[in-house]
Design a protein around this ligand. Structure first.
Ligand SMILES: C[S@@+](CC[C@H](N)C(=O)[O-])C[C@H]1O[C@@H](n2cnc3c(N)ncnc32)[C@H](O)[C@@H]1O
Ligand SMILES: [Zn+2]
Length: 368
C-alpha cells in the first residue's frame, strides 16, 4: 500500500502496474475522472443534507472525496465494501484526512443487503466491476424521491456490441457495432436502469452521462410518480440505421426501410430522450478544471441538442469519397444554415446536429 493523493484527499491504496479485480483492495487511478465528475455534479446540484451510499467503495476514495470536497452538504455517508480489509482501511483513511466519523457509517456487507438495510438515499453510487446489474434492484428500491443514482458499467463489450448475446442477456436489447456504439450502449444501459426502477414506481430521468475509455457512466434523477413512469417508458424505442447511406431514424418498431431502398438495421430498445440536463452541464463546466473541464466543454456543446446519434465526418467522407474537411468548417456551415450543431464527446470525429444527413453530406461535399 502506498499513500497517494486525489482531489483534496490522501489515502492508502495498492499501486500496481496492472489494475485487476484480484487486487488486495481495489483502486484504479484511471477512474479519477469518473470520481471528479461525481464530485462536480453533486457540488453543482448544491443540495444539502444528503444521505449518501457508496456500496462498492474499494479503498473508499470516492466517499473520502465527498466528505472532504462537499463541505456542509452531507448529512450521513454510508461506505461499504465486501472486502474484509475495508472497514479498518477506511477508518484509517478518515483519520488521515482528519474527517470526523460521527456522520459516517462503515460496513463490510454484501452490497445489495447493505443498501436494503439502510435508510432511503439521496445519492447512491453503483460502481462495480463489470455490469451493475446485481446491484440495480436494491439501489433503485432505496432511492429517495428527488434522489440521484449514479451507475458505472465497465462491460462495454456487451453494451457497445462486441458481444451481442451478452447484451441481449444482460440488457435486454440489441446493440449497434458502428460509430454510434457508445451512445447506443449508454442509451441501452439507461433503459435497463429505468425498467428496474419502474417496478418500484420510480421514474429515473437522465441528467448527465459520459462514455470514457473503457466504461459508461450514467446519472439519473428520481421522480416517484406512477404517471411519470409511464411517460418515461413511452420514450423507449429503436434507433434504425442504414448501413448503405448512414441515414438513421427513431421508431417504435424494430424494422423499417431507408429512403435509399436498404432495410434499416435496428438497435434497441433504448432510451430515446435527452441524455443531459443542459443547465446542470453548464454549472458543472464552470466549476471544473483539467480533464473534467475538457470533457465538459464538449458535452456542453452537445447537451442542448436532443437528437439521438451523431454524424461521423470521416465516415461520411469515405462514403462520398471526398477529402476530410475541417470539423470547424462543417460546424460553421451548418450554423449558417440555422442548425443546432456541436461536437460530441462520444467520438473525436463526430458532430451532433439537428440537420438531416442529406444536408450534412451536401455541406461536406461542397467544402472538399
Ligand atoms: C470497481 S471497485 C470500486 C471502486 C470504487 N468505487 C472507487 O471509486 O475506487 C468494485 C468494488 O466492489 C466490491 N464488491 C464486488 N462485489 C461486491 C458485493 N457483492 N458486495 C460488496 N462489495 C462488492 C469489490 O471488493 C471492489 O472493491
Ligand atoms: Zn439508406
Amino acid at each position: 500500500m502506498k499513500r497517494i493523493s486525489e482531489g483534496f484527499v490522501s489515502f492508502f491504496a495498492p499501486v500496481q502496474k496492472v489494475v485487476s479485480a484480484g487486487m488486495a483492495v481495489f483502486y484504479n487511478p484511471v477512474m479519477s475522472l469518473n470520481r471528479d465528475l461525481s464530485v462536480i455534479l453533486l457540488k453543482s446540484i448544491g443540495k444539502r443534507k444528503l444521505v449518501v451510499a457508496d456500496p462498492l467503495a474499494g479503498t473508499g476514495v470516492r466517499s473520502l472525496r465527498f466528505l472532504k470536497e462537499l463541505p456542509g452538504m452531507i448529512e450521513e455517508l454510508r461506505a461499504n465494501d465486501g472486502n474484509p480489509r475495508f472497514p479498518a482501511l477506511f477508518r484509517k483513511q478518515l483519520k488521515l484526512n482528519k474527517i470526523p466519523s460521527k456522520n459516517v457509517v462503515v460496513a463490510r456487507r454484501e452490497a445489495s443487503s447493505f443498501l436494503l438495510d439502510g435508510p432511503g438515499f439521496d445519492y447512491v453510487d453503483v460502481d462495480p466491476f463489470g455490469s451493475p446489474n446485481p446491484f440495480l434492484d436494491a439501489a433503485c428500491k432505496k432511492l429517495s424521491r428527488d434522489g440521484i443514482i449514479a451507475v458505472t458499467a465497465t462491460d462495454t463489450g456487451a453494451l457497445a456490441g462486441s458481444f451481442p448475446d451478452a447484451c441481449h442477456r444482460k440488457y435486454w436489447a440489441e446493440p449497434l457495432r458502428n460509430e454510434l456504439m457508445h451512445e447506443v450502449g449508454i442509451r441501452i444501459l439507461i433503459r435497463k436502469v429505468q425498467l428496474i426502477a419502474s417496478q418500484y414506481d420510480r421514474a429515473l430521468v437522465p441528467i448527465f452521462v459520459h462514455a470514457t475509455q473503457h466504461y459508461d457512466r450514467v446519472y439519473l434523477h428520481c421522480e416517484k410518480s406512477r404517471s411519470y413512469v409511464k411517460a418515461l417508458l413511452d420514450k423507449h424505442g429503436y434507433l434504425l440505421y442504414c448501413e448503405r447511406c448512414m441515414d438513421r431514424a427513431v421508431s417504435n418498431a424494430n424494422v423499417g426501410m431507408c429512403s435509399c431502398g436498404e432495410p434499416f438495421k435496428a438497435a434497441g430498445p433504448m432510451w430515446l430522450g435527452p441524455l443531459w440536463n443542459h443547465a446542470l452541464v453548464k454549472k458543472m463546466l464552470v466549476t471544473s478544471k483539467g480533464d473534467a473541464e475538457k470533457l465538459l466543454s464538449v458535452i456542453h456543446q452537445e447537451s442542448h441538442i436532443p437528437i439521438v446519434g451523431f454524424f461521423d465526418i470521416h465516415k461520411i467522407c469515405s462514403l462520398l469519397k471526398v477529402p476530410v474537411p475541417k470539423t470547424a468548417e462543417v460546424i460553421a456551415a451548418l450554423k449558417r444554415k440555422g442548425h443546432d450543431v456541436g461536437l460530441t464527446h462520444f467520438s473525436p470525429t463526430g458532430i451532433r446536429t439537428d440537420a438531416p444527413l442529406e444536408e450534412v453530406k451536401s455541406i461536406i461535399a461542397r467544402l472538399k
